[in-house]
Design a protein around this ligand. Structure first.
Ligand code: NAI
Ligand code: MG
Length: 504
C-alpha cells in the first residue's frame, strides 16, 4: 500500500509514514507523522486589557470579546473592547508623550529604542511565532520564517534611519506630524504592526494602534516588549476592538495622521471620515494581482511561484497572485504541472511543521471564499480542487483553481482573499498586459519569462505597485510597497515609507 512506503525528500531525509489517518494529508499521495511545534514556553493571559500610557488597563466599557484559534475554534483569551472614552485616553496619552518626550528626543536616542525593540523581538521570536499561528491560523513554518523575522527587520531598518533623516530628505528638514492612528488587518498581524509603528517612531511621531479583532494577541505581546524595552509611556498605545473602535480612532480630533491596511470598502469609509480635516492618510488596500507566464518561461519555476503566490498563507495576502494569465501555447502543460503540485500541498493543523496551508482566519472569511467558489461555478468556470480531506473543526478551504473564466466574472474582478486561483490564457504580449490591468486594483504582479528585455517592457506596462520577475511574494524592509487605483495610496517600506510621517 502506498501509504506504507517511505518517501525520500530531495534533501535525503527519510520521513516516517503513518498508515492511520494523520491530521495532515496530501490527497492521494502521502501522510506524514505530525511534527507539532511546542507551545509550553508560551504564556497567553486569560484576559488582556488595553495598553494605554505604558500600562495594561481595564476598558471603560468593561466589555471583553473572545479571540479564538481558527484551527479548532477554542477560545485563547478575552480581549478588551475599547469605546470612545478609551480611544480618547489613548490619543491623549500619545499626545502627552509626543509633546513632552518623543518629539524632543534626538533621532539617535529614538533609534536606540527601536534597536532594542528589534532585538527583544528576535529573542522572543519563537514565542511570537507560536502566538501568531495560534491566533490567526497561519502555518508555523511561515510565522517562523516570514512574519516574525520580517517584523524585527522593519524595526532594525527604521532604527537605522532615526538619526539620518536629513539624508533621507536631502536639503530639507523633516519634522514629525504628531499622533498617528494606525488600523491593521488580520493577515500579517505582527508584521503589519511593525510596518506601521517602526517608521512612525523613527520619524518622531507617537502612535495609537488598533489590531484586527480576530488577531490581537501578537500586538499585545508587542506591548509587553515595549515595556521590556522601557519605551517611554504613551509613545505607542494599543487599543483593541472591532470596526467601531477603529472608526472612533481615525476620526478623533487629536489625530494628525491615519494609516490603514485592510479592505477597500473600509479604506473608502476612512477616507470619507477624514475629508475636510488636515489629517494625512495612507491606505494599503486589496488586490487582484496577476501572474503573466510566457511560453519562454521556466515552467517548473513558474508553477512553484504560482503555488507560493496564492496558496501561501491561505491566500490571505493583499498582493496574492490570484489570477494566472498563461500564454496559450503552454497553458496545458502549466495546468497539468500546477494540478500535480497542488496535490502535494499539506492542508491542516497550522502548528504542524509540515503544513503548507493552515486555517482560514475566521468563519466569516471561510463563508466569503465558499461564496466566491459557488459564484465562479454558476458563472461557468471549471473547478479543480485538491483531494485533501479537511479537519472537522475549525475553518478551512481547499486549494482551488477556477479555469475557463471570462474577464467579467466576479471571481476575476473581485478580491477573494482565499486559496483560489483563476486561470485565463492570452496569445500576444499586449493581450496579456491588457488582461492583467483590467481590474479595479493595481497592487502587484508577476512576470515569468526567460527574456530580460521582456521583463522590463512588460513590468513597465503593468499598472501595479510591485512587480516581481521570475519570483513572487518576496519582501524586504528596504523596498517600497503600495498600490495603484483601488489598491490604495501612499507607500510603505524603504525610504518612501518615511515620507508619510514627516512634514517640512
Ligand atoms: P476590514 O477592512 O473590515 O478590517 C481591517 C481593520 O479595519 C480591522 O482592524 C477592523 O477592525 C478595522 N475596521 C473595520 N471597519 C472600520 C471602520 N469603519 N473604521 C476604521 N477601522 C475599521 O477587513 P475584514 O472585514 O476583516 O476583511 C474583509 C475583506 O477585506 C477580506 O475578505 C479581504 O478581501 C480584505 N482584506 C484586505 C487586506 C489587505 O491586506 N489588503 C487585509 C484584510 C482584509
Ligand atoms: Mg484569533
Amino acid at each position: 500500500m502506498a501509504l506504507k512506503k517511505k518517501k525520500t525528500l530531495s534533501g535525503g531525509s527519510v520521513l516516517k509514514v503513518k498508515a492511520s489517518v494523520a491530521p495532515l494529508n496530501f490527497g492521494t499521495q502521502w501522510q506524514y507523522v505530525e511534527a507539532l511545534e511546542g507551545s509550553d514556553h508560551v504564556k497567553i493571559e486569560p484576559k488582556y486589557g488595553l495598553f494605554i500610557d505604558g500600562k495594561f488597563v481595564e476598558p471603560h466599557s468593561k466589555k471583553y470579546f473572545d479571540t479564538i484559534n481558527p484551527a479548532n475554534e477554542k477560545v485563547l483569551s478575552k480581549i478588551a473592547e475599547a469605546d470612545a472614552h478609551d480611544v480618547n485616553l489613548a490619543v491623549e496619552a500619545a499626545r502627552r508623550s509626543y509633546d513632552n518626550v518623543w518629539s524632543k528626543m534626538s533621532g539617535k536616542e529614538r533609534g536606540k529604542y527601536l534597536f532594542r525593540i528589534a532585538r527583544i523581538m528576535q529573542e522572543r521570536a519563537r514565542e511570537l511565532a507560536v502566538v501568531e499561528t495560534l491566533d490567526g491560523g497561519k502555518p508555523i513554518r511561515e510565522s517562523k520564517s516570514v512574519d516574525i523575522p520580517l517584523a524585527a527587520a522593519h524595526f532594525f531598518y527604521y532604527a537605522g534611519w532615526a538619526d539620518k533623516l536629513e539624508y533621507a530628505f536631502s536639503g530639507r528638514s523633516p519634522r514629525p506630524l504628531g499622533v498617528a492612528a494606525q488600523v491593521i488587518p488580520w493577515n500579517f498581524p505582527l508584521l503589519m504592526a511593525a510596518w506601521k509603528i517602526a517608521p512612525a517612531l523613527a520619524t518622531g511621531n507617537t502612535v495609537v494602534l488598533k489590531p484586527a479583532e480576530t488577531t490581537p494577541l501578537t500586538a499585545l505581546k508587542l506591548a509587553e516588549i515595549f515595556q521590556e524595552a522601557d519605551l517611554p509611556p504613551g509613545v505607542v498605545n494599543i487599543i483593541t476592538g472591532f470596526g467601531a473602535t477603529g472608526a472612533e480612532l481615525v476620526s478623533h480630533k487629536g489625530v494628525n495622521k491615519v494609516a490603514f491596511t485592510g479592505s477597500t470598502e473600509v479604506g473608502k469609509k476612512i477616507n470619507r471620515a477624514i475629508l475636510g480635516t488636515d489629517k494625512r492618510i495612507t491606505l494599503e488596500l486589496g488586490g487582484k494581482s496577476a501572474h503573466l507566464i510566457f511560453e519562454d518561461a521556466s515552467i517548473d519555476q513558474a508553477v512553484e511561484g504560482i503555488v507560493n503566490g496564492i496558496f501561501f498563507n491561505q491566500g490571505h495576502v493583499c498582493c496574492a497572485g490570484s489570477r494566472l494569465l498563461v500564454q496559450e501555447s503552454v497553458e496545458k502543460i502549466v495546468l497539468r504541472k500546477l494540478f500535480d503540485r497542488m496535490q502535494t500541498l499539506a492542508v491542516g493543523d497550522p502548528m504542524d511543521k509540515n503544513t503548507d496551508i493552515g486555517a482560514i482566519n475566521s468563519h466569516e472569511q471561510m463563508k466569503k471564499i465558499e461564496g466566491y467558489i459557488a459564484s465562479g461555478k454558476t458563472e461557468g468556470a471549471k473547478l479543480f480542487q485538491t483531494s485533501c480531506r479537511l479537519p472537522s473543526k475549525g475553518f478551512w478551504a481547499k486549494p482551488t483553481v477556477l479555469s475557463e473564466v471570462a474577464q467579467s466574472f466576479r471571481v476575476v474582478q473581485e478580491e477573494i482573499f482565499g486559496p483560489v486561483l483563476t486561470v485565463q490564457s492570452f496569445r500576444t504580449v499586449e493581450e496579456g498586459i491588457e488582461k492583467a490591468n483590467n481590474t479595479p486594483y493595481g497592487l502587484a504582479g508577476g512576470v515569468w519569462t526567460d527574456k530580460g528585455s521582456k521583463i522590463f517592457s512588460v513590468s513597465s506596462h503593468l499598472r501595479a505597485g510591485v512587480v516581481w520577475a521570475n519570483t513572487y511574494n518576496k519582501f524586504d524592509p528596504t523596498s517600497p510597497f503600495g498600490g495603484y487605483k483601488e489598491s490604495g495610496m501612499g507607500r510603505e517600506g524603504g525610504i518612501s515609507g518615511l515620507l508619510p510621517y514627516v512634514q517640512f
